[in-house]
Every structure is written in structure tokens, then in C-alpha cells.
Ligand binder design. Structure first.
Ligand code: UFG
Length: 342
């Protein structure tokens, strides 16, 4: 059985945590990354946690010839493709940057997998493909609604490209994992999220505010039709999310897939409001956060959370970590990045 996995975007936030879990599960990992939104320090973090430095190649997945050299040099049978841009607002301002990067990287990887006869691919999809869903929680059968950003469009298109390519290529199978809101960091605090500039996402903004890097967290809207007026999301611990990738790869490597192309939601199944998350962070870490209520952010859906039955039953995956532990790990990571004594 071939237990080598190419992790495209393996130095990034989700990629680095997944690399750790793959190594712990006995896989050989080859990381490809161009550090466009990541840092070589995450590779050192992986080594500190696992004792193993994964094989690393600095390359852009959009550079097909560079990727061809990776396929020539390494005989992995499986690929996990994380290498994509993910800032929703930026994608609205610079759509071509998103279409070019997110689609071309996938096309290159799938074409090379077909050419070199590589079998298994996991794709990083997103809850964003559901758009503003009519019925909650969403199952994998919930119809996808029109995407609300070019970023969301690339995720919908990528799912379709993967599905079509799998069906057209004998021996190729794929799993798209639809992530809800990944948060937290490895409990060792050796790896975590490293957003560049002002964070777009809630938890890095919270931890940077607690660290004094940002003055005040803005809560985007308290007049939504939800119990406390703030938006509801499904916050999934990054290590739990990473484990879902290992199970997805195992399912394909061991020939347990029920269809050549499968889709799984990866969330906790539990809606949490912005206010609850902020209070949870304060309680978990015994500190006070400076925040204020601001206007709604354009493009935000009121609520989305996952029905995770399929991943529970088919992947044998369950979200295990408690939210307070995840929020502790997020703060521990921020402190380690900033050199703060907790
Ligand atoms: N929020 C704030 N203040 C902030 C940042 C966020 O109040 O400074 C709120 C948002 O309004 C939202 C919630 O916190 O209600 C979560 O926002 P994030 O930006 O952390 O996450 P999103 O739910 O907007 O986006 C996530 C992923 C996207 C994905 C989307 C699809 O980051 O990649 O889910 O559901 F497209």
C-alpha cells in the first residue's frame, strides 16, 4: 500500500496541521508550498511536534512544469490540495487573482495526477458552497445556492471540476471536504494560523485584540434574526479538521469509498454565535476582550452550520475537542507568536 501523500499548501494553516496528523498516522508527506500565505516556520513547527521534517519543495501549484518535476521525483499515490487563496473580501476586489490561482492550481494537479496515474485526491472545499442556505443544518444533499463571492465561486467550480475529472479518469477517486469555520491551533502551540496584515476572520482578530495588536474587535451586526442578534457559525477545531483529511485519505487508500467522488461536511454540528464565541474566549482564557458592536459586514450569511451525520458514519470522524480547549489553544498560539507570557 502506497502511504505517501503530496500535501499542496502544506505550510499553511490547515495544511500544516494535516501534515502533523498524517505523519502521526504513519504517512510519508511531501509538502509543496510557495509561502504566498504561509511561512517556513510552520515546517519547523511540524518537526518539533512529530520529530519528522517532511520532504519540502518550494513551488507554485500554478507552475505546471515545477509541479511536473514534483510528480517525476516522488511516487506518492495521494494528494491533498490546500493551496488556494481564501480571503472573501479580497476575492471581490481582485476576482481574476482568485480564479487564476484557485482554478489553475487544481487543473494542474488533476492533469498531472491523470498523466502520472496517481489515484486519490482530497480537495479543500468550504461551507461557502451552500451560500445562504434555506434549511439548516445543511447536509451534503442541500442544494448549493449561488456563491456570494468569487472565492465561493472558485470552490463551487473546483468541486465540479474535481467531480468531472474523477468520472472521466479511470482509477482516480476524490473526496471534497466542506470545511465550516476552522479555528484554533495545535495544543503544543508550535503551529497555528499566521494571518498576514489585518485578520479577516473572527478568531485571529480576537487573539490579536487580546494581545494588544488590534485595539478593539468589531462585532459585525447584532440585529440578525438569531437568539442574541449576532451571526451563527459552526467553529471546527483545526486538529479535528486535520484528522478528517487523514480518514479521507485512508478511506480511498484502503478502497472503502462508496463512490469515486464523495463530499463530506466537516463541522461540529453546533451553531455558535459571535457573542458566544467572544464570551467563550474570555472565559477559557480568563481575560477581558475589548469589543464593540459595528454594522453588518457585507456578504455575511445569518447562520450556517453542518449536519455531520455522513462524516460521522462514513469517515468514522467526530469533532472531539471542546470549544473552550480550542479557544485556549488559539490564545496559547498567539502568545507564542508574540512572545507573551500567559
Ligand atoms: N466577525 C466579526 N468580527 C470580525 C470578524 C468576523 O464579527 O472582525 C463575524 C462575522 O461577521 C461572522 C463570524 O464572525 O459572523 C465569522 O466570520 P469569519 O470571517 O471568521 O468567517 P466566515 O463565516 O465569514 O467565513 C468562513 C471562512 C470562509 C468561508 C465562509 C463560508 O473563513 O472561507 O466561512 O461560510 F467562505
Amino acid at each position: 500500500m502506497n502511504r505517501r501523500v503530496l500535501v499542496a499548501g502544506g505550510a499553511g494553516y490547515i495544511g500544516s496541521h494535516t501534515t502533523v496528523e498524517l505523519i502521526a498516522a504513519g504517512y510519508d508527506v511531501i509538502v509543496v508550498d510557495n509561502f504566498s500565505n504561509s511561512d517556513a516556520s510552520s515546517l519547523e513547527g511540524i518537526q518539533r511536534i512529530t520529530g519528522v521534517m517532511p520532504t519540502f519543495i518550494e513551488a507554485d501549484c500554478c507552475d505546471k512544469e515545477a509541479m511536473r518535476r514534483v510528480f517525476e521525483a516522488h511516487d506518492f499515490d495521494s494528494v491533498i490540495h490546500f493551496a488556494a487563496f481564501k480571503a472573501v473580501g479580497e476575492s471581490v476586489a481582485e476576482p481574476m487573482k482568485y480564479y487564476r490561482n484557485n482554478l489553475l492550481s487544481l487543473l494542474n494537479i488533476l492533469e498531472l495526477m491523470r498523466e502520472y496515474g496517481r489515484r486519490n485526491v482530497v480537495f479543500s472545499s468550504s461551507a461557502t458552497v451552500y451560500g445562504d442556505a434555506d434549511v439548516l443544518p445543511v447536509t451534503e444533499m442541500t442544494p448549493r445556492k449561488p456563491a456570494t463571492s468569487p472565492y465561493g465561486n472558485t470552490k463551487q467550480m473546483s468541486e465540479d471540476i474535481l467531480r468531472d475529472m474523477v468520472h472521466a479518469t479511470e482509477g482516480l477517486q476524490g473526496i471534497a471536504l466542506r470545511y465550516f469555520n476552522p479555528i484554533g491551533a495545535h495544543p503544543s502551540a508550535h503551529i497555528g494560523e499566521l494571518p498576514r496584515g489585518v485578520p479577516n476572520n473572527l478568531v485571529p482578530y480576537i487573539t490579536q485584540t487580546a494581545a494588544g495588536v488590534r485595539e478593539c474587535l468589531s462585532i459585525f451586526g447584532d440585529d440578525y434574526p438569531t437568539p442574541d442578534g449576532s451571526c451563527l457559525r459552526d467553529y471546527i477545531d483545526i486538529v479535528d479538521l486535520a484528522r478528517a483529511h487523514v480518514l479521507a485519505i485512508g478511506r480511498m487508500v484502503e478502497g472503502r469509498s462508496k463512490a469515486r467522488y464523495e463530499v463530506f461536511n466537516v463541522g461540529t454540528g453546533r451553531p455558535v454565535s459571535v457573542f458566544e464565541l467572544v464570551k467563550g474566549f474570555e472565559q477559557a482564557n480568563d481575560l477581558k476582550l475589548n469589543y464593540r458592536v459595528a454594522a453588518r459586514r457585507e456578504g455575511d450569511v445569518t447562520a450556517i452550520w453542518a449536519d455531520t451525520t455522513l462524516a460521522n458514519e462514513e469517515l468514522g470522524w467526530h469533532a472531539e475537542r471542546e470549544l473552550c480547549d480550542t479557544l485556549r489553544a488559539a490564545w496559547a498560539w498567539e502568545c507564542s507568536v508574540r512572545g507573551i507570557d500567559r
